[in-house]
Design a protein around this ligand. Structure first.
Ligand SMILES: CC(C)(COP(=O)(O)OP(=O)(O)OC[C@H]1O[C@@H](n2cnc3c(N)ncnc32)[C@H](O)[C@@H]1OP(=O)(O)O)[C@@H](O)C(=O)NCCC(=O)NCCS
Length: 201
């Protein structure tokens, strides 16, 4: 089942990054990376055309209390986001009914790709979800063409779980893979029964 989350007042620190809730002052930084074509599109949303669009998204981030701003310590700039999102198809992914979890979504400013920053940030968020929120599992998806995201998930220990057709926020559909990470501190043995489960041996 989808578990509760509220990141208000939560601040996580990693070697190079601070993860904290978004606030109104983040508008310019958010627009700077979200308006670059080919960044959001890899995560299923269209790049922002104007600051009004970014304002709406920022208000949503603040109101929904489930998204961390990824802040680079060295210049105190917001360079990305990580959302602890509700996973879809809750009814049909029946193996998770009795367990607590969510789906992680993320994006990083193109200027900072390739330095291992997102894996570093996600490691912090994963530890928070498993150690503080006591989640049993996390899901994470990527489109087939998004090899960078696939690689990040692989580095963090996510295991491909199902091939799915994802609905994007651009009213399109993309083939992709949903991957699973189980809380390593718990002794959970999921019962996978769906014929399309990649984890059935
Ligand atoms: C996916 C994303 C968050 C990766 O973040 P990152 O901090 O660059 O991740 P890494 O530095 O670990 O790089 C991951 C892989 O991308 C590839 N890569 C690195 N730099 C790259 C670059 N400049 N351009 C293209 N690919 C690159 C490498 O294969 C790397 O794997 P390696 O470490 O084994 O060499 C980032 O590319 C991004 O924001 N993409 C757009 C949004 C998105 O895809 N979100 C995820 C939706 S599921």
């Amino acid at each position: 089942m989808n578990a509760n989350v509220d990141v208000t007042n939560v601040v996580l620190k990693t070697n190079r990054l601070i993860l904290r809730p978004f606030n109104e002052d983040d508008l310019e930084d958010l627009f700077e990376y979200a308006s670059v074509e080919g960044v959001g599109e890899r995560a299923g949303w269209k790049h922002h055309e104007n600051i009004a669009e970014t304002t709406q998204i920022l208000e949503m981030f603040i109101k929904e209390k489930k998204t961390f701003a990824v802040v680079l310590k060295e210049n105190n700039k917001v360079i990305g986001s990580i959302g602890i999102e509700k996973y879809g198809r809750e009814e049909s992914l029946s193996e998770f009914f009795d367990y607590k979890g969510r789906e992680i979504g993320f994006v990083l400013s193109k200027d900072y790709w390739g330095q291992g920053l997102m894996p570093e940030a996600l490691k912090g968020v994963i530890e928070y979800c498993f150690n503080e929120l006591d989640y049993d599992f996390l899901l994470c998806g990527h489109f087939d063409f998004n090899t960078q995201s696939a690689r990040v998930q692989e580095k963090l220990g996510f295991i491909p779980y199902r091939r799915l057709l994802f609905e994007t926020r651009m009213d399109t559909q993309e083939k992709g893979i949903l991957s699973l990470l189980v809380n390593p501190h718990k002794n959970i043995e999921f019962q996978f029964s769906h014929p399309e489960t990649l984890l059935i041996k």
